[in-house]
Write a protein that binds this ligand. Structure first.
Ligand SMILES: [Zn+2]
Length: 165
């Protein structure tokens, strides 16, 4: 059962908040859209935790590229609660363990693009990129600037990461 949906059902006063002028930024946010929806597969959500969410990147820089985000729609690290920060770091650790097990990368790039000038495609909702790397795949910069062929389909990756242990 989706706790967001339950909260929505039992918190009708929130509708005023959702309709407030500050809402458009969140309304255009695919992370918030995914969290508010019921269909995790459709939104590529592979994990929900108390303060965080893990999604497949729909436009991966490399095979296994994941996005680790807080549930809260915040743009700056200073606006993130300690609980959300810890939860995101735990999700990062957990997903590295899973990717190690399933697709065995030789290493990872982990980073954030803070602000449009830094290349953030979604500047309003901060998120970490977790990008698996293999010897000889490519250099760091092209990973973040070029489109390339991804060997594994998003569907297959989703199946792997959501399979019960
Ligand atoms: Zn958001």
């Amino acid at each position: 059962m989706n706790s967001d949906r339950m909260q929505r059902l039992w918190a009708p006063w929130r509708s005023a908040y959702v309709a407030a002028p500050s809402a458009p930024a969140a309304a255009e946010c695919f992370i918030c859209d995914g969290l508010a929806a019921q269909d995790d597969r459709h939104h590529l959500i592979v994990r929900r935790s108390s303060h965080g969410v893990v999604m497949l990147n729909k436009y991966p820089y490399n095979n296994g590229h994941l996005l680790i985000a807080p549930r809260a729609h915040v743009a700056r690290l200073k606006d993130l609660s300690d609980e959300a920060m810890l939860d995101c770091q735990k999700n990062l650790h957990l997903m590295i363990n899973q990717l190690d097990q399933w697709i065995k990368p030789d290493g990872y790039n982990i980073g954030m693009n803070l602000g449009k000038v830094a290349g953030a495609g979604l500047p309003g909702h901060l998120h970490w990129h977790l990008v698996p790397r293999w010897h000889g795949d490519t250099n760091f910069m092209p990973v973040f600037t070029e489109t390339k062929v991804i060997v594994q389909s998003l569907e297959a990756l989703y199946e792997m990461l959501t399979e019960s242990p």
